[in-house]
Design a protein around this ligand. Structure first.
Ligand code: URA
Length: 440
């Protein structure tokens, strides 16, 4: 070994910047196994404590991208993706991919599973009977060509350095680091060979970034490092202080997506999807003005075309296409329990973190990486913050595997949705926008 991992760790520990060549050596050691777990853990902790300059973060991102394959380009369509830092009820990817693909933009959506209390697109898709999320690269390309969008997990050949680094961060207390989060996300997105990326940086109680200042630091880091790597990025800071949409839980969220694809989605979820879609169309250059992009997307959503595009994709990826016309084919959890309001009043709050944990406790998320997820369980809200409810009317329905799990979740939901007289207004859905990267 011509490089000396302990010396590089000492350098970072003492607050010095590493050169691109040193970073490339470290990442090569991550992939070929010559860097030991202890050395990798120490490196990650040094980065957590000392940070990285934007050019170090860019070098790390590119080295991680180059640790694996680059998706091939197919066709002349612009290629744009969207990525979110994760939230509760955030199912926008599943609606955005077909919506934007209908505007002649290719959307190669490589997504993740749920993490902690946050949901993941791959777990949601796997609630569709037969749907395959593990696609090899030629199949992924073929689906992308045929449907204009493909939705899959990162295969082992996409940024393999991130797999080992992410797993090590998870067990070493080094997840919360802006350079590490930036390089982890962007290395996988750059491997998709994109023309542009829309980044949804969630902010609030149920987000990775709880306050606006932290969310803005991540947002700017992603825009700047994207620019340094030659990628045009538009990043939005969006609200995660309230669940997005009404359905929380994998199959229940697919039902909400199907309804939204037919023009019947909850206002907040549809509105955020359209705003993210506007940014994707602007980055793609297929629309020049936000207002015309917004009206094009809104018309498409009420036309029924998105439902047909979803159906085509479900079939192409092995899923049951009949669920689009008959969502009851997804199945139903055995216990459906209402959570009644204990008094008449206004919903003062809907705590997304408490509800995200309640879905995990129902079996809809994981406590350990090997846990199996129950696709059918979850919660469907009947009211959002600021809405009135009469005593005895349902605040939400709980879908559970057992009566005991349903009762426990119902208690959590009731506590997460206090009632009173006057609610504070909900925070704006889109709170900040930043854009950067090479000019088209
Ligand atoms: N998502 C990722 O892919 N990586 C992170 O580090 C955080 C969120």
């Amino acid at each position: 070994m011509h490089y000396h991992p302990a010396r590089l760790n000492q350098k970072k520990r003492d607050g010095e910047a590493l050169s691109p060549a040193e970073i490339q050596d470290l990442v090569a050691g991550v992939v070929d196994g010559s860097l030991h777990d202890a050395q990798l853990g120490a490196f990650l902790m040094a980065v957590c404590l000392r940070g990285m300059t934007p050019s170090e973060t860019a070098a790390l991102t590119l080295a991680m991208r180059d640790s694996g394959a680059l998706l091939a380009r197919c066709g002349d369509q612009p290629r744009i993706d969207k990525h979110s830092t994760g939230g509760v009820g955030d199912k926008t990817s599943l609606l955005l991919a077909p919506l934007v693909a209908l505007c002649s933009v290719h959307v190669p959506m490589i997504s993740g599973r749920g993490l902690g209390h946050t949901g993941g697109t791959i777990d949601k898709l796997e609630a569709i009977p037969g749907y395959r999320t593990a696609l090899d690269l030629p199949t992924f390309d073929a689906v992308l060509r045929d449907c204009g969008f493909a939705m899959a997990q990162a295969s082992a050949d996409i940024a393999p350095a991130d797999r080992r680094m992410y797993a090590t961060r998870d067990v070493s207390g080094t997840v919360e680091s802006i350079p590490l989060i930036t390089s982890s996300i962007l290395s996988k997105k750059l491997a998709e060979n994109l023309d542009g990326l829309v980044m949804d940086v969630k902010c609030g109680r149920a987000a990775f970034m709880k306050d606006a200042a932290d969310a803005d630091r991540l947002l700017q880091s992603i825009v700047d490092v994207g620019a340094a790597a030659g990628l045009r990025v538009t990043a939005l800071r969006t609200d995660m202080d309230h669940p997005l949409g009404l359905a929380l839980g994998n199959a229940l969220e697919i039902v909400e997506i199907i309804e939204a694809s037919q023009g019947r989605g909850p206002a907040d979820m549809v509105s955020l999807t359209v705003e993210l879609g506007v940014e994707m169309l602007l980055l793609a250059g297929v629309e020049q003005q936000a207002a015309s992009a917004r009206s094009r997307l809104s018309k498409l959503l009420s036309s029924g075309a998105v439902a047909r595009a979803l159906q085509q994709n479900f079939e192409r990826q092995g899923g049951d296409p009949r669920v689009v016309d008959d969502p009851s084919r997804l199945g139903r959890a055995p216990h459906l329990v209402p959570v009644p309001a204990l008094r008449s009043g206004v919903v003062l709050d809907v705590d997304p973190l408490a509800l995200g944990h309640a879905v995990v406790d129902l079996g809809g998320g994981r406590r350990a990486p090997a846990d199996k997820v129950d696709p059918l369980v979850g919660i469907v809200l009947q009211r959002v913050r600021g809405e009135r409810v009469e005593k005895g009317a349902p605040l939400a329905f709980v879908h559970a595997r057992t009566a005991a799990a349903a009762a426990a979740a119902a208690r959590t939901v009731a506590a997460a949705m206090p009632l009173g007289e006057v609610a504070e207004p909900r925070l704006p859905l889109v709170q900040r926008r930043a854009t950067g990267g090479p000019v088209r």
